[in-house]
Design a protein. Structure first.
Length: 714
């Protein structure tokens, strides 16, 4: 019996753990952590083992499906492309380019073929109605970095392995293993932090798995993070503890920031945030005095009304305490495939606005919270057709029920996806790509967020079945059909790109990157990274710890400096000041949560991940359970301004009083899907309660946390 061992990255979450996959007679017999992987060092979580479920899932689509009067029918690829291209062209010819919208889901970032070929397809559509999961998740991170550094991918991450103090807001990295921060083996890293004398402090409305590892955990009212962060910044200024260290000559706006936060004293924000003033003053002093420190915030700080302001203030805290771009602080990965390539001063925000709600564009995309508006509101530019690529916005975007109703009104919907899920069941045509283990991979994005600089190429474990197409091949075929009026030279370039595929583009990007053949001097004596070297290094190439001093040469702001007081964010502090008194505790609010055996909705069709006790439960504090007559194991009716649902109650003192929690990505069991495992334990969709009308005013990012709700026994 033939036995082979493959080493590759896991593509199911941001941790990008290295895997050792053993295959015998064409079947996976074991999946383990790769102990020689320089980033994950053998760490593995349950999601990785579920890759074999995805590979063998009988519900996964293998051939194009077309919806007919008799139901779904498999059709040949050539016919499928003709249906898709002619249909999209027909809509645009009649109603204009903007009549076709596109939605891009989270899984795209886990496929380097999609990442390298999807932008070209979207450009070929010529539509301003482009949407993605970014604006239901991480847009504030990118926009804050764009405002301050001039580029949305200059994203600071904690230098975990050398830090003396880590402060976490609204994140649970012990479960996520880092989000907007690839840090596999996070529990081990946090324990090492404490063992070397460092400290971990967590602010969160739930005593999360990370909080349980911390030296200090403080409950704070959902949506009040910006108040706490502003108070920490104010304290640094007021007590003369600002230290810009090596970046002093590269900062503008210091005085403007100091003036803008002057009213946010710890005493002024205590009632609204629930965090005592003495705690905030002590923490500000500790951040200023620590040999090294990093402040990190994630989903809880992003999907709220002041998401962009939170991310900006997090950057400011790291800068003002002398910990930005410094060992042990908040640092900037230097990936072999460099994403920071735009010219200084290049505008990437608010170049146009959405037709219905006047929400700003970022990076060519509009906020997904207004997608349903654009479909249902008549007039010039109304969305008549939709292309989705690896996404399930019915479950992952606010007020999913309204979006679901809107999808039914489309003239045409095309989906690139290998599941018939809650969103794609509304499509007219589904184009399924190969499975993750049937294609090669390189982490184009997550190496730019990793806590150690690495480069790793993953060869496919299995050959794709005859006739199957990779995601990038599907996207390229669509683009060839939609790009009209190209010059001969442009057509030749496009055909050349298709002939090279993702590997050829990756090779060019590596050669021109900081460790490539064209680099005049590789940082720290690092090895050269080219495609041949990657292929030979099955465990990946270790490029070393994060490198201090890499920020200033990569700044893309108009001034060439760190612009600490962007006018949009200074103005948003006025909004924060006006609204913060209304944040004081009162009523019940809803937040989300993450589980190590779950990430996105499509993972719920894995039998391995769905084993065990129910996880789609409503966490309720004992005090609130008594007040509303709720009991564990029984149902509670949860109602918001947008909808209501019944969820199973789990009474726990890990959630703060006045706050309840439901996990994201559930709500299966709808008719017309092919998700046998997921439908057996459907859960409820938290996004049947969230409000698409509530967004972060700066970015347009969806507000998914801090949703006002009422509770009653079901």
């Amino acid at each position: 019996m033939e036995s082979r061992i493959h080493y590759r990255a896991c593509t199911l979450c941001e941790a990008i753990c290295g895997l050792e996959i053993k295959v015998e007679a064409g079947a996976i017999t074991s999946i383990r952590g790769d102990t020689e992987d320089p980033l994950s060092q053998g760490h593995i979580c349950p999601k990785a083992v579920a890759l074999q479920d995805l590979q063998s899932d009988p519900d996964r689509l293998r051939r194009p499906l077309r919806k007919t009067a008799e139901g779904w029918q498999e059709i040949p690829w050539d016919e499928a492309f003709e249906v898709a291209i002619s249909g999209l062209r027909r809509v645009q010819d009649r109603a204009g380019a903007d009549a076709v919208a596109a939605y891009v889901g989270n899984p795209n970032v886990h496929s380097f073929g999609n990442l390298l070929f999807l932008p070209g397809l979207l450009r070929s559509l010529g539509s301003r109605n482009l949407f993605s999961a970014t604006s239901a998740d991480q847009l504030p991170h990118h926009l804050a970095s764009y405002f301050v550094f001039g580029h949305g991918f200059l994203l600071p991450v904690p230098d975990l392995d050398r830090s003396d103090l880590l402060v976490v807001f609204g994140a649970n990295p012990a479960v996520s293993n880092g989000s907007m921060m690839s840090a596999p083996g996070m529990r081990r890293r946090l324990k090492a932090l404490r063992q070397r004398g460092g400290r971990l402090v967590v602010f969160d409305p739930r005593r999360t798995e990370t909080a349980k590892l911390a030296d200090e955990h403080y409950f704070l009212r959902p949506g009040s993070d910006a108040l706490v962060l502003a108070a920490l910044v104010q304290t640094l200024f007021a007590e003369g503890r600002v230290d810009l260290a090596h970046l002093a000559d590269h900062v503008t706006g210091l005085a403007d920031l100091e003036a803008a936060v002057a009213g946010f004293t710890p005493e002024a924000v205590a009632a609204a945030s629930g965090v005592e003033a003495v705690v905030l003053r002590r923490l500000a002093r500790q951040l200023a005095a620590a040999p090294s420190a990093a402040v990190y915030g994630r989903l809880g700080t992003s999907v709220q009304s002041f998401g962009t302001t939170c991310q900006w203030l997090l950057i400011a805290l790291n800068l003002l305490t002398g910990n930005l771009d410094r060992e042990g602080g908040a640092m900037f990965p230097l990936p072999a495939f460099e994403l920071v390539r735009s010219s200084p001063g290049q505008r990437n925000f608010d170049r146009w606005r959405s037709r219905v709600r006047n929400l700003p564009e970022y990076g060519g995309e509009l906020p997904v919270a207004t997608l349903a508006d654009e479909i249902t509101t008549p007039g010039p530019g109304q969305v008549k057709a939709l292309l989705t690529v690896a996404g399930n916005p019915v479950l992952s975007t606010p007020n999913g029920k309204r979006l679901e109703e809107a999808l039914e009104g489309l003239e045409l919907m095309i989906a690139v996806d290998f599941y018939l899920n809650e969103t794609t069941r509304h499509a007219d045509l589904i184009l399924p790509p190969t499975a993750p283990l049937e294609r090669d991979h390189y982490d184009v994005v997550f190496n730019a967020m990793a806590v150690r600089d690495v480069a790793r190429y993953s060869a496919a474990v299995f050959e794709p079945p005859p006739g199957a197409l990779h995601d990038w091949q599907i996207l390229h075929r669509l683009r060839l059909g939609l790009d009209r009026g190209l010059s001969t030279e442009a057509r030749q370039k496009l055909e050349w790109k298709g002939s090279q595929g993702p590997r050829g583009i990756l090779a060019l990007g590596l050669d021109s990157g900081p460790y490539g053949a064209a680099a005049s001097e590789r940082p720290g004596g690092s090895p050269q990274v080219d495609f041949a070297a990657l292929q030979q290094s099955v465990h990946g190439i270790d490029l070393g710890p994060l490198k201090a001093g890499t920020l200033t040469s990569r700044l893309r702001s108009t001034s060439g400096c760190i612009e600490l007081a962007p006018e949009q964010l200074i103005a948003d502090l006025d909004r924060l000041a006006a609204e913060h008194r209304g944040m004081a505790a009162g009523g019940t609010v809803l937040i989300g949560r993450r589980h190590v055996r779950s990430n996105n909705s499509w993972m719920h069709n894995s039998s391995r991940l769905m084993r065990g006790k129910a996880r789609c439960t409503l966490l309720v504090h004992p005090r609130d359970a008594a007040r509303f007559d709720l009991r564990s194991g029984q149902g509670a009716r949860v109602e918001s301004a947008r909808g209501s649902l019944v969820a199973e109650v789990e009474v726990s003192d890990e959630i703060m009083p006045g706050v309840v929690s439901l996990p994201h990505g559930w709500g299966h069991g709808r008719s017309g899907t092919r998700l046998a495992v997921a439908n057996a334990t459907p859960g409820v969709s938290v996004n049947d309660l969230t409000d698409e009308g509530q967004v972060d005013e700066v970015s347009g990012n969806a507000v998914l946390n801090g949703v006002p709700v009422t509770l009653a026994p079901a």
